[in-house]
Design a protein around this ligand. Sequence first.
Ligand code: FE2
Ligand code: FE2
Length: 350
Amino acid sequence: MNILIIDDNAINVKVLENILGKSFQCQPVSYLNPLKAMEWCATADPDMVFVDYMMPDMDGLQFIEAFRQLPDKSETPIVMITAAEDKSVRYKALELGANDFLNKPIDKSELIARTRNMWSIRQSQKQLQDRANWLDSEIRRVTKDIIEKERDAIFRLSRAAEYRSPETGLHVMRVALYSRALAKKINLPSEDQELIFVAASMHDIGKVGTPDNILYKSDKLDQYEFALMKLHTLTGYEIMQNSTSKIMQMAADIAIGHHEKFDGTGYPKGLTGERIPLAARICAIADVFDALTSDRAYKQAWSIEQAIEELDKQSGKHFDPFLVQNFKTLIPEISQIRSQYSAGRMGEMD
Ligand SMILES: [Fe+2]
Ligand SMILES: [Fe+2]
């Protein structure tokens, strides 16, 4: 039991120390000077406080007021010791946060009974606090668990979609990584950077609904086939819309918006400029850049320089110019991601 005593009268302090020390096998901390006691309280955590009312420099009321403002001291039991029968002092003390009173001269039995009461209050407080801390850490643990499970489910959904896509899982991973790097470059909050990383991996999930003869056709698609291919944006949106998950909400935005173009010539809605969700504008750059710099059935991979030239050419037309500008400053990081997640190193991923 950690008891604090503040009284400017050394004899009173001794009396309290003796009674409390013997009755509760504890060593109270005592101060004759309330200002010094206040200094001690800034770093210590007493279980209860006995404070005299009449003291120079700082009286008991002022002490209680200052003490209650210290962090984690709002509940600590305080007993004010007063000779004054003055009701107004007592009312004021109660108002400021005193829990009980002791009259001078100190009555031993009364002191012991009061201390016992304060101690049981203190113990309940501590138990409640422990319980609150435990609940808090449980909530954190469970929340983390839910987030991990959600991400796991999403990556599995993406993997399922990979079986329906002529592109590889590496493409999905690079687009996710490029998108996160760009989100970070333009200073999006770190939570959004992580959301976009997961959400961008699902940009083409709607291709699960695209017929095989269109999905795997190596020749140019005719008008009708292309119209069906375009539907993957809406299918992706259909799959992920109306979710309470922030990741799914962003993924739905990306699915429907990643083929929109800044000048309004994209699909499915022909949205312009900032009407296209930011996450979709980011993903569009990452997706096209990766398509250009990858080998496809119908073309060889372009060099990074050629791809950048194309982004520049399409800045303000296909792409958001602000994002192109920022993406270009990321080339060293982008090159590193590209070589780390290239087909030659695929085995290292699995
Ligand atoms: Fe797409
Ligand atoms: Fe893609």
